[in-house]
Every structure is written in structure tokens, then in C-alpha cells.
Design a protein around this ligand. Sequence first.
Ligand SMILES: Cc1cc2nc3c(=O)[nH]c(=O)nc-3n(C[C@H](O)[C@H](O)[C@H](O)COP(=O)(O)O)c2cc1C
Length: 190
Amino acid sequence: MNVFGKRKKAPGVLDVIKSRRSVRKYRSGQVPEDLLETVLDAARYAPSAGNRQPWEFVVVRDGNIKKMLVEACFNQDWMLQAPVFIVACINMKIASATYGERGVRLYCIQSVAAAIQNMLLAAESLGLSTCWVGAFSEDRVSMILECPPYVRPCAIITLGYGKEKPEMPVRAPLKDIVHREKFGVPWRDG
Ligand SMILES: Cc1cc2nc3c(=O)[nH]c(=O)nc-3n(C[C@H](O)[C@H](O)[C@H](O)COP(=O)(O)O)c2cc1C
């Protein structure tokens, strides 16, 4: 039997993209190790500039370390409910090795963001909930996790079984964000 039960069909990728929400209330249950690994493994399949894979992940379940991280996240106390934090980091040695300035300023961030989104979607497909947390003191998080100087923490993902399914926050319609052929030409009239 899979995580979706005997008869229930696994949701398609578009269903998962649309149903994922940032969840800030969690149940107390732990995340089974195999599901956690499935989520982490999804990160490896993300695209990255030159396939350099400039990512590293620190999995935190220790209560004391989580408390220190929450302080570093400007006291976003709700995070403590989540049994797992995944700290996504950029390996700046890899980021700077091939593409110089552009690799450091742009490609590595895009690549790690793609890996993070893979994990959020994998978690959603497994019935788990997440929130991408970007507001934190990078120096504090580095210190707490004892990251070497070339490793830059860029996001903390809370992971667990959600206790809420928030409404989708408003999304801009396609006509406001898509241009036809050239910038400023509306995608759709009216
Ligand atoms: C780069 C980034 C940083 C974020 N930082 C935080 C954060 O520090 N705290 C938080 O509660 N949510 C954070 N979020 C989650 C957003 O608030 C959320 O994605 C947005 O409101 C849309 O809601 P949805 O994820 O449910 O679609 C962050 C999301 C991204 C992509």
C-alpha cells in the first residue's frame, strides 16, 4: 500500500503545484525517515546551471538547535511546531567555480530555489506540509549550524504533518504578468 492508500490515485504534478500551501501549524507526529529521504532526494533532480548542483542541506530535528534557528528567524515561533527543518544552503565554492560573477549572483540562487521547490512539491505529494522561510540572519544560522565559510544558508524549510490548509493567497492573473512577443503587449485583450 502506498501513502495514498489502496485505491486513491497519486495526484498529478499540476494538482500538487496548485494544492501546495505554506503551512504554519503542524501536528506533533514525526516525519518517517523514508518520507524525509524521499523529500530530500527530490532536491537532487532539480535543474542547475551546468549541472553543478551547488546545494547542500542540513536536516535539523534537535529541539535546542531548532530553538536557536527560530531566534535567528526573528522569532517566527510557529516554526517550532514542525518536527523537521531542512536548511538549504549554497556551496559557494561550486557556485563560483564555472560561471564567475553570474554563477555567484544568479545561477546558484536559481538552482537552489529549484531544488527547494522540488522538495516542497515532493512533500505535498506525500501528504506532508512545508513552509519556505527566508527571513533570517544568515550569519546567525551559519554560526548555529557551524557552516564552513563557503557555505551560505539561503532558506529553511519547515516540514511535518500540517494542522491547517490555508486558503490560497491571491495570485495575479496571467494577463497582468504575461506579455505577448514583446514586453507591454498584452497576452490577452480585455
Ligand atoms: C523566498 C521566500 C521567502 C519566504 N519567507 C518566509 C518567511 O520568512 N516566513 C513565512 O512565514 N513565510 C515565508 N515565505 C512563504 C510565503 O509567505 C508564501 O509562499 C506566500 O505567502 C504564498 O503563499 P503559499 O506558499 O501558500 O502559496 C517565503 C517564501 C519564499 C518563496
